[in-house]
Ligand binder design. Structure first.
Ligand SMILES: CC(C)(COP(=O)(O)OP(=O)(O)OC[C@H]1O[C@@H](n2cnc3c(N)ncnc32)[C@H](O)[C@@H]1OP(=O)(O)O)[C@@H](O)C(=O)NCCC(=O)NCCS
Length: 289
C-alpha cells in the first residue's frame, strides 16, 4: 500500500496539485535513478538499494504531479551520538520543478513519518555554498548546523560540484523541538543583523562575483555573520579558481568558529532588504539557544 502523506497546491503552480507519498515499486525506484542521473549525472542510490531501504526501516518518498515524479528523498535508520535518528542521504527535485516548495513538502512529510516512529532527529549533509539548500534547510525548516566536514566524500565528478572539494555541513533537524515547531508554523522572522560582526567582508569583482577582502577568525561576539555568494553554480562554471577560493576561505571560517563553540543557527536568504546578500548567522552555544 502506498501511504498518502499530504496533498497540497504548490506555490507558483496554481493548477496542478502535488502529492507526497511513500515509494514502494521498482518502477518508482527506477524513476528515482533517472532523477539522480538528471541532477548529479549518475544514480548513486540504485533501485535495489532504495527498495531495501523502503522495506527495512528507512524512508523513501516521492513528490508527484499527476503520474510524474518531480522529486524524491530517502533516509536510512541510523545512530548518531548514541541516538537512533534518520539519516537523510539524498533529496532531489528535477530542475524545472524547483522553488515551488516541493523540497519543503517532502521534508514535512518525512518529519511526520519519523515522529510517528519515535524519531526525534533527522540529519543530513549539504554543501555550505549552496544557498538554495541553506534557505530550505536552515531558514525554512529551522535545522541547526553542527559540524563541518572538509572534502566529506572525496572528489567526485558530480554534475553539481565538479572541480571542488566536497565539503559538507552536517544538519541536525530536531523535529520534535519547540523551536522547529515554531519555525514551521510561523516561518522565519526578519532578523535585525545591524551591528552583528562579520567574519568576512566582501566586494564584487569585474565579473560581478563576490570576493572576500577581509576575513576575521578571532571574533568573540555572541552572534556572527558569514556572507556567502548566492550564485556558486555560475561562479563554478565561469571562474573555478574563485569558487575554489570560496571553498577554502569558508572552510577556514567555519572550522575555526565551530572549534570555538559556535553553531550555525540561521540563514538570511538574499532579498531587497539585504541588497541581494546572504548570510549564515552563527551563535555561540549557550547564547540564546
Ligand atoms: C535542494 C532541493 C532538493 C530543494 O528543492 P526545492 O523543491 O527547490 O525546495 P523548495 O522550493 O522547498 O525551497 C527552496 C528555497 O530556496 C530558495 N532559493 C532559491 N534559489 C535560491 C538562492 N540562489 N539562494 C537562496 N535561496 C534560494 C527558494 O526561494 C525557496 O525558499 P522559499 O520557499 O522560502 O521561497 C533542490 O534544489 C535540488 O534538487 N537540488 C540539487 C540536489 C541537492 O542539492 N540535494 C540536496 C542535498 S542531497
Amino acid at each position: 500500500m502506498v501511504g498518502l502523506l499530504s496533498h497540497h497546491s504548490i506555490r507558483g503552480d496554481g493548477v496542478r496539485e502535488y502529492e507526497i507519498r511513500s515509494l514502494r515499486t521498482l518502477a518508482e525506484f527506477r524513476e528515482c535513478e533517472r532523477i539522480q542521473a538528471g541532477v548529479w549525472g549518475s544514480p548513486a542510490a540504485t533501485r535495489e538499494l532504495l527498495s531495501v531501504i523502503a522495506k527495512y526501516g528507512g524512508v523513501v518518498l516521492g513528490a508527484f504531479g499527476g503520474r510524474n515524479m518531480a522529486g524524491f528523498l530517502y533516509a536510512i535508520l541510523a545512530r548518531r551520538r548514541g541516538r537512533l535518528i534518520h539519516w537523510s542521504h539524498m533529496m532531489a527535485v528535477r530542475t524545472g520543478f524547483r522553488d515551488r516548495g516541493l523540497g519543503f513538502k517532502m521534508k514535512l512529510a518525512h518529519r511526520k513519518l519519523a515522529l510517528a516512529q519515535g524519531i526525534k532527529s533527522i540529519c543530513w549533509t549539504f554543501d555550505p555554498l549552496q544557498t538554495r539548500n541553506a534557505a530550505l534547510n536552515v531558514a525554512r525548516l529551522g535545522a541547526t548546523i553542527e559540524e563541518y566536514l572538509p572534502d566529506c566524500y572525496g572528489r567526485f565528478p558530480s554534475a553539481i560540484e565538479r572541480g571542488l572539494a566536497s565539503d559538507r555541513f552536517v544538519v541536525n533537524w530536531k523535529i520534535a523541538a519547540q523551536s522547529v515547531e515554531r519555525r514551521l508554523s510561523e516561518g522565519a522572522r526578519p532578523l535585525d543583523i545591524s551591528g552583528v560582526p562579520r567574519a568576512n567582508e566582501t566586494t564584487v569583482n569585474s565579473d560581478d562575483f563576490l570576493v572576500n577582502w577581509r576575513i576575521q577568525l578571532h571574533l568573540s561576539a555572541g552572534r556572527l555573520l558569514v556572507e556567502i555568494p548566492s550564485n556558486t553554480d555560475s561562479m563554478r562554471a565561469r571562474d573555478i579558481e574563485l569558487a575554489a577560493r570560496w571553498r577554502n576561505e569558508t572552510r577556514r571560517i567555519f572550522q575555526n568558529y565551530f572549534k570555538s563553540g559556535y553553531l550555525v543557527r540561521d540563514f538570511i536568504p538574499p532579498s531587497e532588504a539585504t541588497n541581494g546578500k546572504c548570510y549564515y548567522l552563527l551563535r555561540r552555544a549557550g547564547k540564546g539557544g
